[in-house]
Design a binder for this molecule. Structure first.
Ligand code: SAH
Length: 263
């Protein structure tokens, strides 16, 4: 199995540090009643300890050779299922509900994968991912901070985001070029803001952040005029990176209702 050569295009950096593997499994804290879905199990660094503790473990691996090796390795286990598939188009909700999703993700697909998982949020109870620290910083950034922007806003509408700990490149084989971090995500409950039109919100946020150092007035001028911004309680002279998530949701909901079906 170790004859496998890491495939760069699959973002393969295998965890090799037992302390970090242990810390991740402890953060996940698998329970016998849990259905866990691991994305990109690779050589199974965290798969093995998860399988020992979880009720059911589904693994989604794109690399045919790695999927075959895992299938062979867990052939005797009736609680581990290996799916040779692309996580970006995988139908997670077909596996059940209250899913706990985990993975040391391929960093090159992390943003589209997060958006795909947001679409599956109704069948997810929580998620633990290893990602580039820079991405985790953007996911968990507060308004007004440099890392705050489109990713944090679009995730923050649906999920709580908690950065757990950083992981250095030396904990992987081969080492990635960047520092990584483990993040915990959980769908928000009833305190989640109601969004009328997710696509419109996405367009509005993209417009707001299309050029840094613009005012809200200029960045959003094709969608909202100054008096509309004021009526929403938004100061048109503010910078987009200082507006809280709820202002974006309220602005998008306002545009959606104003324009009706034609919007
Ligand atoms: N979890 C392992 C491997 C991490 S490397 C460990 O920590 O050691 C990332 C893994 O994701 C690789 O096994 C890679 O083949 C897999 N992968 C890459 N793109 C994928 C995709 N689109 N869907 C599912 N798995 C993918």
């Amino acid at each position: 199995m170790n004859a496998h050569r890491p495939r760069k295009r699959f973002g393969q950096h295998f965890l090799s540090d037992p302390g970090v593997i242990d810390a991740i499994v402890r953060a996940i804290d698998p329970q016998p009643g849990d259905t866990i879905v691991e994305i990109g199990p690779g050589h199974g660094a965290i798969t093995e300890p998860l399988a020992r503790k979880a009720g059911v473990l589904h693994c989604v691996e794109l690399d045919r050779d790695l999927a075959a090796a895992l299938r062979h390795r867990f052939a005797a286990s009736d609680k581990v299922a290996i799916h040779e598939a692309d996580a970006l188009s995988f139908d997670f909700c077909a596996l059940g509900d209250s899913l706990r999703i985990v993975g040391n993700l391929p960093y090159n697909i992390s943003t589209p994968l997060l958006f795909h998982l947001i679409d599956s949020r109704d069948c997810i109870s929580d998620m633990h991912f290893m990602l580039q620290k820079e991405v985790v910083d953007r996911m968990s950034a507060a308004p007004g901070s440099k890392a705050y922007g489109r990713l944090g806003i679009m995730l923050g509408c649906h999920l709580s985001v908690e950065s757990l700990f950083d992981v250095g490149p030396q904990c992987f084989d081969p080492p990635p070029a960047v520092t990584s971090a483990v993040v915990r995500l959980a769908p928000l409950g009833s305190d989640r803001p109601a969004i009328d039109d997710e696509k419109l919100l996405g367009r509005l946020v993209a417009a707001a952040f299309s050029q840094r150092r613009k005012t809200v007035r200029n960045a959003l001028k094709t969608l909202l005029d100054e008096s509309e911004l004021r009526s929403l309680g938004i100061d048109p002279g503010q910078r987009p990176e200082t507006l809280p998530i709820l202002d974006y949701v309220n602005a998008a909901n306002y545009v959606s209702r104003r324009d009706g079906d034609s919007g």
